[in-house]
Design a protein around this ligand. Structure first.
Ligand code: KIV
Length: 286
């Protein structure tokens, strides 16, 4: 067996075992600088296909590809040590058949190092969950408001507000649990339904626009940092205004360049600045 790194990354069974112990904390990350900041504080990082909208400025999540998601997940895995990394399977990569889903999921995990995939879908996708789990691919199910179904839902709308819809979401979540999903994301559903599901299911529920009663919470990181586009969703809360910090830094940089205060000779190569030691090569290294 080859050498292991000295730090231990949280595993999928460890995540699942947190139900009933303490709340599970998750945020999205798509790129290294954000993933690095989250890593010490979250149980799992979700490399969400929300990057299509948040990172690429697209109107929905439908056109992101397996290759793009794999590259984002690989960047997140490379630059983190503690958090479990779960990657979203993109639209069209898993719905056709369990076999196709396995092929794509195996590629994504093998080429990114992520530990699990997330798939959106109701009970009809439970067979796919079972197929993946039985072949070594942990699955986080995602029910309720499923952004990949924006066209069948007729928009990004809260789900399960009426009895029949709530019963269907309950059947969906139970079917994925029975098929071996290690957890289920409940997005944009009625609060009493999320509360009820959390009490009923033996696997953790991860809420987003669901209920404080859920076993854990996930949000899009840009929404809590004040880096989202326009209005923040009702279910999110800004915990900082990083946008303002960035704007201030960029304004200062622009002013310094225009005033000729940046760069100085200290930032240049082949120039002797302050005499330190005779063998100081620091200003020749990029
Ligand atoms: O893609 C994503 O970021 C998600 C979360 C919002 C749950 O699916």
């Amino acid at each position: 067996m080859s050498a292991h790194s000295s730090t231990k990354r949280r595993t999928v069974p460890e995540l699942a075992a947190l139900k009933g112990q303490r709340k599970i904390v998750s945020l999205t990350a798509y790129i290294a600088p954000i993933a690095r900041q989250l890593d010490p504080y979250v149980d799992f990082i979700l490399v969400g296909d929300s990057t299509a909208m948040v990172g690429y400025g697209l109107p929905d999540t439908l056109s992101i590809t397996v290759e793009q998601m794999t590259a984002h997940a690989a960047a997140v895995v490379r630059t983190t040590q503690h958090a479990c990394v779960v990657v979203d399977m993109p639209f069209g990569s898993y719905q056709a058949s369990p076999q196709e889903a396995f092929k794509q999921a195996a590629y994504m995990l093998a080429h990114s190092g992520a530990a699990a995939v997330k798939i959106e879908g109701g009970a009809a996708l439970a067979e796919t969950t079972r197929f993946l789990v039985e072949r070594g691919i942990p699955v986080l199910a995602h029910v309720g408001l499923m952004p990949q179904y924006v066209n069948t839902m007729g928009g990004f709308k809260a789900q399960g507000l009426h009895d029949a819809a709530a019963q269907q979401i309950t059947r969906d979540a139970l079917a994925h649990q029975e098929a071996g999903a290690f957890g289920v994301v409940l997005e944009g559903i009625a609060e009493p339904l999320a509360r009820q599901l959390t009490a009923t299911l033996t696997i953790p529920t991860i809420g987003i626009g669901a209920s404080p009663a859920c076993d854990g919470q996930v949000l899009v990181t840009e929404d809590i940092l004040g880096l989202g586009e326009g209005k923040i969703p009702k279910f999110a809360q800004p915990f900082a205004d990083v946008g303002a910090v960035i704007r201030d830094a960029v304004q200062q940089y622009a002013q310094a360049v225009q005033d000729g205060r940046f760069p100085t000779l200290q930032h240049c190569f082949g120039v002797k600045t302050a005499p330190s030691s005779s063998n100081d090569e620091s200003n020749s290294k990029p």
